[in-house]
Design a protein around this ligand. Structure first.
Ligand SMILES: [Fe+2]
Ligand SMILES: [Fe+2]
Length: 373
């Protein structure tokens, strides 16, 4: 999974349509995004002659892991899918379709970025390039499996069209590393948490796709580990005060985006027997603990004040959405939104400024001894 991030504000969900057409693509800050980056800079970063920190032996070991292709035969469908989809009716069906669409878009976004990186790095660093290509294989599989799920609901995402029609967000390589590392790890924690919950509470197993999450999330975990290795090979992205500030910024963006998104879709989580906020907090805490192994600073998400701030953001976001959906003329709506957006931003800044947790990788410190805080 390649979850995506943004800082805030409302997203209005649309009713599922047969296929996306140009007018139907809604770009909001909370919808899954497509990314592009500075590929020339990427080439420099992975040039073994320029960068002596590149541990080729570690990348070769990772490449062998990816070549093993543990999930080659995992994503096989059966008649249960269609039967389960037919049984799902009313609001749950609608929210389920949205879940499949958003997940498919997010997976596909990862596929596009990794495929391009695989292509662009081929000459400079064939090992790293091949890993990217094999990760794009995984993401294509994930996106394809979700898209087949949509066919159970008589729908399909036109991925070729999405590739051309969606806007791409540009991120410098350094930010791609932070964002994708977090996306992969948060994806892992979301999938495994849902899987474990449904294993314990099979009465909520409304659609068989969740049964695949256990092996699926291992792909995401491996992707995250690869980005962890990439970050270690670029110590300049981890060892100064700017890195600490950016690490906290990306953690906050990813956590807030997920929390606001999921709190708009509580029907989905309740539909599979989860408490949305508890689920999200569990995922945030676990992701943050994992991330603390590599990022030089993370947020103190286990401080109850952090959750209180997230909950206030949800309340403000709901007010913003209520204004958007009101019958006022656009000017009045915008005027009403100004203080709310200001309140949301100040809540986000306050969360950012909470005392952080100094963190970082132990094994990283071994070969980079100046990394002592
Ligand atoms: Fe994925
Ligand atoms: Fe992934």
């Amino acid at each position: 999974m390649f979850r995506v991030m943004a800082t805030a504000t409302a997203n209005t969900s649309t009713k599922p349509k047969k296929k996306f057409s140009k007018t139907e693509i809604k770009e909001t800050l909370l919808t899954p995004r497509f990314y592009t980056t500075d590929f020339d800079e990427m080439e420099q970063l992975f040039n073994t002659e320029i960068n002596k920190n590149l541990n080729q032996a570690e990348f070769e070991a990772l490449l062998n892991e990816f070549k093993t292709d543990y999930n080659q035969t995992h994503f096989v469908r059966n008649p249960e899918f269609k039967e389960a989809a037919d049984k799902m009716q009313g609001p749950l069906r609608e929210i389920f379709v949205e879940f499949l669409e958003r997940s498919c878009t997010a997976e596909f976004s990862g596929f596009l970025l990794y495929k391009e990186l695989g292509r662009r790095l081929k000459k400079t660093n064939p090992v790293v390039a091949e890993i990217f290509s094999l990760m794009s294989r995984d993401e294509a599989r994930h996106a394809g499996f979700l898209n087949k799920g949509l066919s159970d609901f008589n729908l399909a995402l036109d991925l070729g069209f999405l590739t051309k029609a969606r806007k791409y967000t540009f991120f410098k390589p350094k930010f791609i590393f932070y964002a994708t590392y977090l996306s992969e790890k948060i994806g892992y924690w979301r999938y495994i948490t849902i899987f474990r919950h449904l294993k314990e509470n099979p009465q909520y197993q409304v659609y068989p796709i969740f049964k695949y999450f256990e092996n699926w999330c291992q792909d995401e975990n491996r992707h995250g580990d690869f980005f962890s290795a990439l970050l270690k090979a670029q110590p300049q992205f981890l060892n100064d005060w700017k890195a600490k500030l950016w690490s906290r910024f990306f953690c906050l963006s990813v956590y807030v985006t997920m929390y606001l998104n999921d709190c708009q879709r509580t029907d989905f989580y309740e539909g599979i027997g989860l408490n949305t906020k508890e689920f999200d907090m569990h995922v945030i805490i676990e992701t943050n603990r994992t991330t603390a192994r590599i990022f030089p600073a993370v947020l103190d998400v286990e401080n109850p004040e952090f959750k209180r701030k997230l909950d206030r953001m949800v309340e403000i976001n709901e007010q913003i959405m209520a204004v958007s959906q009101s019958d006022n003329i656009p000017l009045v709506k915008n005027l009403k939104k100004i203080p709310l957006i200001a309140a949301l931003v100040s809540e986000i800044i306050a969360a950012y400024l909470m005392p952080p947790i100094e963190s970082g990788s132990v094994d990283f410190a071994e070969f980079e001894p100046q990394l002592v805080y």
